[in-house]
Ligand binder design. Sequence first.
Ligand code: PLP
Length: 375
Amino acid sequence: MSDQFLLRNYTRYPVTLEAGEGVHVYDADGNRYLDMITGIGVNAFGYAHPRLTAVLQEQAARCIHTSNLVSSRPQQQLAERLCRLAGLDRAFFCNSGTEAVEAALKAVRARARPAKDRIVSLHRSFHGRSMGALSVTGQPCLRQNFIHHGANVTYVEPNDAGALREAIAEDTAALILEPVLGEGGIVPLDVGYLQMARDLTHGAGALLIADEVQCGLGRTGRPFAYQWADIQPDIVCVAKPLAAGLPLGATLFTEDAAQWLPPHSHGTTFGGGPLACTVALEFLDMMEEQLPHIAEIAAYFLEFLQALPRVREVRSKGLMYGLQLDRPAYPLVEAALQRGLLVNATQDTVLRLLPPYITMKADANEAVRILAEIL
Ligand code: PLP
């Protein structure tokens, strides 16, 4: 088999993964890997979790898809569950993080007025690759060739309070931020910065959008990472682990923000189908049960990662780790792979780990042992 008929838009690791169990995944030759990147934050409960597999099989045998022409009980239940967790009022379901951001941006656009249409975003942020989500993504190398002009977006440095104060003004329609920048190299935003973001947006009559696609749904030890700062965004975007590998994203709105997407203004064929929503309901039960373990194992793991040689800095929040190196990270990804460890490189010099929520001390020890060897 080869990639001959595939678009050449990815540089893939030299491995073909076929099956997994718990924190481990196996390649086509039966080699075992300890997965510390979890399909980029999706497989939060590892592979083939019996609870997730059971609900998936049961619902698949009942009904997979209905479309949004009709109501579905799993979708209604999931909307209520997510809104209650987030302190918000209304949910829109879609199929990816990008689409969750896109719905947020459409609400912002619909609410904008001629002198109030500027969006503020952060340098090195990542919000997705559609034309809308890309237009607020703070990585020029990704926008290049696609977003030329017209996007009225101001980028500011993460955690620079002065820059944020200067950027948010009466013409600001919205501020979009990841409470922990993920693709940007794992950069947790300070509690004070997040609180200031909320105060400034309130003051300017602008919406605050928390993109929790990577840092949300338990990954930092709370349902949402913004909850560490005790703030309430107007719009929250989630996706990745929500349906345990089935494509599902959600945009959660205050009643006030939701009014800008009235009937026929937005929609999707697949989004929020009964199969994905049923699995997501089970995932949320499991996530809530797992929060104390996430906090505990995250602290344990961090202590050992901080002791690794030749790492300049370890940035982390919960089970998100960015090991800042002084050299390219990708060769280390390959070296780790050869030793049976799956990790990832981002921003050229950052080794990123997004371990599963079911990581145990022995798994953390194993990952640290391999990392120490390759470093
Ligand atoms: N927002 C954030 C913070 C992300 O990390 C990602 C993906 O990595 C996205 C949006 C886009 O999500 P997706 O790849 O599911 O479209």
